[in-house]
Design a protein around this ligand. Structure first.
Ligand SMILES: O=C(O)C1=C[C@@H](OP(=O)(O)O)[C@@H](O)[C@H](O)C1
Ligand SMILES: C=C(OP(=O)(O)O)C(=O)O
Length: 406
């Protein structure tokens, strides 16, 4: 097994990096392009493996698509393929993908007239999808498991004959991702009305040719906020970000300012991260239901700073690339951090000294590798299967090195 040895770095991180486009925005725009005759010229598309997998899947006209571990792509393609008349496809994925639930989306699509069935376990991939013209225009579904199901429906909605009214039941999880979908649809000229938990998406057959520049990925930026927080005098420049972000993870600006003293100065589309050393660190209480992908980053920042915290709203973490709550508990222990978890929370309760170099397991989860890496400012550590980072951020190791080897 490949291992990355990270030697303790003595310098303060400094330098400039260019992070590629948001994986979430890119994946939405690729589906919209497939539906609307490539009318969008996408600039700064994500170079993540997940986006590449989706791009290849959309070019694949065969009858089997393996989407590996790309959850967003799996959900969006399920909806997309179910509307492609005269096509029959088996949509499958990695072993982990076959444990990530998709029943809520499949039920919703089948209730609209789709013909999707399970090839292995009920409620989970692999799927057999027979493309159909979906004629109904009302659907309701539970919104508390994954917002990706709802986005998947919203993306195909304008192409349905009568558009689609979506009623969401229960608490909406990961809400900013839904709002991102709404804003992107509106940007390409689709009309949407919302009243509380009901979204009405109007039909549209054609859109105008246009260029959209994807903002760089905020979840990827989180690791450098953590790096800044764990150092004394950082000066990290990250590109290219917008003051009006569609990405919920841009909440990092406020979270790292208020709790870790990291100031983000916008200079055009560049953000310069510096540290305000006068902020007194206090126990952190945060609900991360709207920003699940930065939970690991924040937990590890707290561990590195020996700062107690209680992170809540984490109920979706157990069905992501791995069970992220259990993975965090196991690996934080190796860096001397005692953690208690419940099904929706993580609490750092104590710290102890460690006598050996931690070997961090990554559980096929890119975010486990990247969230632990900034600890190299404090200790030597080893990260197993470092290539996992390619799922969202193939340049991560070289960018980290650039900032820590000045
Ligand atoms: O729509 C999206 O692009 C995403 C939605 C979120 O998933 P859930 O809605 O399942 O929490 C997030 O965790 C994922 O990385 C990307
Ligand atoms: C959860 C994630 O991705 P996905 O659900 O698309 O596999 C992620 O990138 O953290």
């Amino acid at each position: 097994m490949e291992i990355k040895f990270l030697k303790k770095v003595n310098q303060n991180p400094k330098g400039e990096i260019f992070i590629s486009g948001s994986k979430s925005e890119s994946n939405r725009l690729l589906i919209l392009n497939a539906l609307f005759d490539n009318s969008i010229e996408i600039k700064n598309l994500s170079n993540s493996e997940d986006t590449e997998l989706l791009q290849n899947a959309l070019k694949n006209s065969g009858n089997k698509i393996d989407i590996h571990h790309a959850g967003t792509a799996m959900r969006f393609l399920t909806a997309y393929l179910s509307t492609q008349e005269n096509r029959e496809v088996v949509l499958t994925g990695s072993a982990r993908m076959k444990q990530r639930p998709i029943g809520i989306l499949v039920d919703a699509l089948n209730s609209l007239g789709a013909e999707i069935s399970y090839l292995e376990n009920e409620g989970f991939p692999s799927l057999s999808i027979i493309g159909k013209k979906l004629k109904k225009y009302f659907v309701e579904l539970d919104a508390n498991i994954s917002s990706q199901y709802i986005t998947a429906l919203m993306l195909i909605a304008p192409k349905l004959e009568n558009g689609l009214t979506i009623r969401l039941n229960g608490k909406i999880t990961s809400l900013p991702y839904l709002l991102m979908t709404v804003e992107l649809l509106e940007r390409i000229g689709i009309q949407i009305e919302r009243s509380e938990n009901v979204f009405r998406i109007h039909p549209k057959n054609k859109i105008q040719y246009q260029e959209i520049t994807v903002e760089s990925d905020w979840s990827s930026a989180s690791y450098f906020y953590s790096l800044a927080a764990l150092s004394e005098n950082p000066e990290i420049k990250i590109n290219s970000y917008f003051q009006n972000s569609l990405q919920g993870d841009s909440a990092l600006i406020e979270i790292y300012k208020n709790h870790f003293g990291i100031e983000s100065e916008f200079i055009g589309n560049q953000i310069v991260l510096r540290k305000n050393l006068s902020l007194k660190l206090k126990t952190l209480n945060l609900n991360l239901n709207e920003t699940p992908d930065i939970a690991q980053t924040i937990a590890v920042t707290c561990a590195g700073l020996k700062m107690k915290c209680k992170l809540t709203g984490l109920e979706t973490l157990s069905i992501k690339e791995t069970d992220r709550l259990t993975a965090l508990k196991n690996e934080l222990k190796k860096v001397g951090t005692k953690v208690q978890i419940t099904k929706d929370s993580l609490e750092i309760i104590d710290f102890e000294s460690i006598n050996e170099i931690p070997h961090i397991e990554t559980y096929n989860d890119h975010r486990m590798a990247m969230s632990f890496a900034p600890l190299c400012l404090l200790m030597d550590l080893q990260i197993k299967s470092p290539d996992v980072i390619k799922k969202s951020y193939p340049d991560f190791w070289s960018d980290l090195e650039k900032l820590t080897s000045v």
